[in-house]
Design a protein around this ligand. Structure first.
Ligand SMILES: Nc1nc2c(ncn2[C@@H]2O[C@H](COP(=O)(O)OP(=O)(O)OP(=O)(O)O)[C@@H](O)[C@H]2O)c(=O)[nH]1
Ligand SMILES: [Mg+2]
Length: 318
């Protein structure tokens, strides 16, 4: 099917077409940039929510309840579940599918699993681009579920407007360790599994830590939740909505958007430069060139310079 037709159907809400475009995005299809450039002006309407936290904290269960909440308001919800352990694209995470399964028959909900391929363990460019597509296709709320380990925990801030950090009882000591990275990017806290002992201790630790940075324009609310039965979800969602309003009305929000757009341009540039580099090097990499390298009659710097000059005439590597 022609990409134009596919896009038209996707914009009309056809889920299969949306899925196919996301596959194009994941496979870095050369046509995807033109497509994203076209839909970009239709974006900026969705609330983009990042839900992050350690493995098994209850992110998917919580996401399921958040979906339910927004569906009751008639909003369309898109979910991208990022699986850092999977280097493959489109890999379905069975557990997530099961936890959110009851929404799969609902045409107002789109759930997609994604690997983190090509981004050194962080969120891939494809995640951001899928958000752009879903936003253009009229999804009011886009949730990105990511495990808060490694690079994805800091990357989420480059994609999400609001970051919800899910913590659980029994990890009091870990909070001290997490402080530097992830605690700072959280806009809303969900202390989940509040039905388990130790919940007050985690909540107290988080509040204590937040007290140290109280003079920030947005003080992240701390909510106790039991994702399994929906306790605390209403309050959590209310805080998420408040944060959206805050971003629109505060210079902090504008600064965040500014940084994000600058980063986005940089990423697109890097992606193109990488593509050009790969293309030129593959064309240049003959047996002859490799022989020269192996026999040390040439060296990697000289070869790189030659390749680079094919892309940008006159450049020097050293
Ligand atoms: N007791 C209790 N268990 C919960 C709660 N929320 C989730 N769980 C359970 O915790 C387990 C993990 O839940 P998930 O929602 O899959 O957690 P996750 O953070 O998405 O896990 P990963 O995606 O694998 O990192 C499941 O067995 C849930 O049923 C809760 O509020 N209380
Ligand atoms: Mg999950």
């Amino acid at each position: 099917m022609a990409v134009d037709t596919l896009l038209e159907k996707a914009l009309g809400g056809d889920i299969r077409s949306i899925a196919r475009i996301i596959s194009l995005i994941e496979n870095d299809n050369p046509e995807k940039d033109a497509l994203l450039k076209r839909v970009y002006p239709m974006t900026g309407k969705a609330i983009v929510l990042g839900i992050t936290g350690s493995p098994g904290a209850g992110k998917s269960t919580l996401t399921d309840k958040v979906i339910e909440h927004f569906r009751r308001q008639g909003k369309k919800v898109g979910v991208i579940a990022v699986d850092p352990s999977s280097p493959f694209s489109g890999g379905a995470i069975l557990a997530d599918r099961i936890r959110m399964q009851r929404h799969t028959g609902d045409s107002g909900v789109y759930i997609r699993s994604m690997g983190t391929r090509g981004s050194l363990g962080g969120l891939s460019r494809g995640t951001r681009e899928s958000v752009i597509l879903l936003d253009a296709c009229g999804y009011d709320v886009i949730i990105i579920e990511t495990v808060g380990v490694g690079q994805s925990e800091v990357d989420i801030i480059k994609i999400a407007d609001t970051v919800c950090l899910v913590l659980v009882p029994g990890m009091g000591d870990d909070i001290q360790i997490m402080k530097a990275g992830i605690m700072e990017i959280a806009n809303v806290f969900a202390i989940n599994k509040a039905d388990k002992p130790g919940v007050d201790r985690v909540a107290a630790e988080v509040r204590l830590m937040l007290d140290l940075v109280k003079d920030r324009p947005w003080v992240p609310p701390v909510h106790l939740t039991v994702a399994e039965n929906g306790t605390g979800i209403e309050e959590l969602v209310a805080s998420i909505a408040s944060h959206s309003v805050f971003l629109k009305s505060n210079p902090d929000g504008v600064r965040r958007e500014w940084r994000r757009l600058a980063f986005e341009v940089e990423e697109i540039l890097l992606q193109h430069i990488t593509r050009m580099t790969e293309k030129s090097w593959n064309a240049y990499k003959t047996d002859e060139v490799m022989e020269l390298l192996l026999s040390r009659k040439s060296n990697p710097y000289a070869v790189a310079e030659d390749v680079l000059r094919k892309i940008i005439p006159g450049t020097r590597v050293v």
